[in-house]
Ligand binder design. Structure first.
Ligand SMILES: C[S@@+](CC[C@H](N)C(=O)[O-])C[C@H]1O[C@@H](n2cnc3c(N)ncnc32)[C@H](O)[C@@H]1O
Length: 234
């Protein structure tokens, strides 16, 4: 009982003071060595997957899901071959509670993004999606990761209003207008104390500008390499 009260007080204190979750991540486990071994195992699995999420950023996503997300409806906008998705999926698996990662992507690459069209030149139409599915399968996460194929805004329109999201990872198109659109259509579903992670801050101008314009109830909670994350306080 005391422990529950203590962690609630700490959580509220952190919210008010604007803490960096990452500094506390390892302190949150009863078995830090076991956690580190697990992170290394996942890192090895994920390294085989081509993508853009670095190991430390992936480990942060994993821990945000496992230790901090207020519920286990996790949504990712932009999954590509699943590198970040799989970190999120292991976060749920290791929490050992029911939950899903909803991976929203067209699996056609970001229009106008050279790195994507170069990589997809040799691919047939479904190949990127098939690779994503194979990577999910190779990690035995088929029961946790649910692909939602389509445009991020279109999919948001059929998202059930009553289904609040614990963590939202925004990593689809990085153009300012697109990130803004993704934020505007998806953030209303975020639960109180829900976490929103913006990828490519500061490496892309679009998300880097948007995070300076968020409503004041989004409190910055931490930095992962090239990602910034916030907590929704109302
Ligand atoms: C940078 S990649 C995601 C990288 C991935 N999270 C990783 O860790 O490697 C961006 C993805 O967003 C998808 N995408 C871009 N614009 C989209 C849109 N409007 N709707 C759905 N998916 C989109 C692309 O198909 C691509 O797979």
């Amino acid at each position: 009982m005391l422990q529950i009260c203590g962690s609630k007080v700490l959580f509220l204190y952190n919210l008010i003071m604007g803490f960096n979750i990452r500094e506390r991540l390892f302190m949150n486990s009863n078995e830090p060595n076991e956690l580190q071994v697990r992170l290394q195992y996942i890192q090895k699995k994920v390294q085989a997957i081509q993508g853009w999420t670095e190991d430390q950023a992936g480990a942060t996503l994993y821990q945000l899901v496992r230790f901090y997300s207020p519920n286990l409806n996790i949504v990712e906008l932009g999954s590509w071959k699943g590198r970040s998705t799989i970190w999120l999926g292991y976060g749920i698996k290791d929490k050992k509670e029911p939950g899903k990662v909803y991976a929203v992507d067209t699996w056609q690459g970001t229009p106008g993004e050279g790195a994507h069209s170069d990589l997809l030149k040799q691919y047939n139409q479904n190949q990127l999606f098939e690779e994503f599915q194979q990577n999910v399968k190779d990690n035995s996460l088929e029961n946790i990761i649910v692909p939602l194929v389509g445009d991020t805004v279109d999919i948001s329109k059929s998202w059930p209003r009553s289904k609040s999201i614990g963590l939202l990872h925004i990593d689809a198109s990085h153009q300012y207008e697109d990130v803004k659109r993704d934020f505007e259509f998806w953030s209303p579903f975020l639960a109180p104390n829900g976490i929103i992670v913006f990828d490519d801050v500061p490496s892309w101008p679009g998300p880097t500008r948007l995070v300076t314009e968020l409503p004041k109830w989004y409190k910055q909670a931490g930095v992962a390499p090239n990602k910034l994350y916030f907590i929704k306080t109302t």
